[in-house]
Design a binder for this molecule. Structure first.
Ligand code: CA
Length: 407
């Protein structure tokens, strides 16, 4: 281990030893230490590449020049409990990365939901400058600007790989900035859950009939679709879902995926675990920055923020992919969870209703219409391409496995 890596590890051990306000997940945070160290190193590599000659030149000036530069202390409010696994670790990782990259010139203090402002006031708090930054999901702000739903996930939309592609290289990010401009906010992608699970059900869904009267916790556009399909969508905070399922207040709930769902213990209160997550197909999380605060940063700190955001955006997906995989094995093998696929006729109905709901959403909003059209045009193209690339490869990979086990 070289000296630089050693210092990184020591630093991260120190910051990771801070108290945890969400005790059941503290053990998980310890597991994340190695990952955060790797993150810090990879973000530094990204940053150095991004800054190029200018960064190299300024480093010759030595520590004295750095010390004379202006420092910033920012507050970052989130829609998650403090240190919540996966979703809530992105802002924590982001804060550590920019602190290290900037040698302490940009310090970001992360507040969990309710510690400074309630979860659903994050957008307003950052817009008004109460906090310089926020972390959450754009679709929470549908009531403020309908186009926002397209920057998280819409039912039957893009997967995580495609969302990143649309945002960074398909015009999505430009539309997102345009959408948030009137609110004095600058958005960045800040994580991705990957395709989620359809959810936990206390009864089997074999046909559309089984959706009739189904009381399900499912937020956003997906919830509107379930209601129109004959169910009843309700919104309940994550922390109350276990009890709501246990007491029969609801018949079904979606949350995220095996990793987060296992931690909540849903397998103890529901028998059937359904896929695919038609309603959240690759949900992007957001880092938002007050525009005045953003513009007050010098160019090098802006580059560090961009590099750190890009790093945590990818890292969340990587972590979910690894941990969902392991958690699903545990749910099925150790807890006897019954995995079920939603029938095609149910999915076709939900997809048909989704198109109606989205048509209504964009009907009187030119920006939402423009965003929907951009996303759908991108999706049509990438679906064709992925049919002969990702999908074809997945099929080929399964065929190979079957031929190996069947002599
Ligand atoms: Ca969800």
């Amino acid at each position: 281990m070289d000296a630089d890596t050693e210092r990184t590890g020591t630093y991260l051990q120190r910051v990771m030893s801070e108290g945890c306000s969400f005790p059941r997940f503290c053990q998980q945070n310890k597991v994340n230490k190695k990952m955060i160290k790797k993150l810090a190193i990879s973000a530094l590599v990204l940053l150095l590449a991004a800054c190029g000659e200018q960064q190299a030149a300024s480093s010759f000036e030595g520590g004295a020049a750095v010390a004379e530069q202006k420092s910033f202390e920012w507050k970052l409010v989130t829609t998650w409990p403090k240190n919540y696994p996966g979703l809530g670790m992105a802002p924590e990782n982001f804060a550590r990365l920019v602190d290290r990259m900037s040698q302490g010139r940009l310090k970001v203090k992360v507040y969990g939901a309710g510690q400074m402002v309630p979860a659903l006031e994050v957008f307003d708090a950052v817009s008004q400058g109460t906090a310089e930054m926020g972390h959450g999901a754009a679709y929470y702000w549908k009531g403020k600007t309908p186009a926002s739903v397209f920057f998280t996930s819409v039912p039957f939309g893009l997967n995580a790989q495609e969302m990143n592609s649309w945002l960074y290289h398909g015009g999505g990010m430009e539309l997102w900035r345009e959408t948030y401009e009137p609110f004095n906010l600058v958005p960045f992608a800040g994580g991705n859950s990957g395709v989620q699970m359809a959810g936990w059900f206390n009864r089997e869904i074999n046909s559309l009939e089984d959706l009739q009267g189904l009381k399900m916790r499912i937020p956003g556009i997906g919830g509107e679709v379930i209601t129109r399909a004959g169910g009843e969508a309700v919104t309940i905070p994550g922390g109350e879902l276990y009890t709501a399922m246990q007491t029969g207040v609801i018949d079904a709930t979606e949350w995220v995926g095996p990793y987060n769902d296992l931690a909540f213990g849903f397998h103890q209160v529901a028998k059937y675990y359904y896929y695919p997550g038609w309603h959240e197909t690759g949900s992007t999380l957001e880092l938002i920055i007050n525009k005045d605060a953003w513009e007050s940063l010098p160019d090098d700190l802006q580059a560090m923020v961009e590099a750190a955001a890009r790093t945590v955006n990818q890292d969340m997906l990587d972590e979910y992919t690894a941990r969902n995989n392991a958690a699903l094995v545990q749910l099925v093998d150790e807890h006897g969870v019954q995995l079920r696929r939603l029938p095609d006729d149910v999915l076709v109905k939900l997809k048909t209703i989704t198109a109606e709901v989205l048509d209504e959403l964009v009907a009187n909003n030119p920006l939402a219409l423009k965003t929907r059209d951009s996303l759908q045009a991108f999706q049509a193209q990438v679906t064709d391409y992925h049919e002969i690339s990702e999908e074809a490869y997945y099929r080929a990979r399964r065929l190979e496995t079957e031929s190996t086990v069947q002599p």
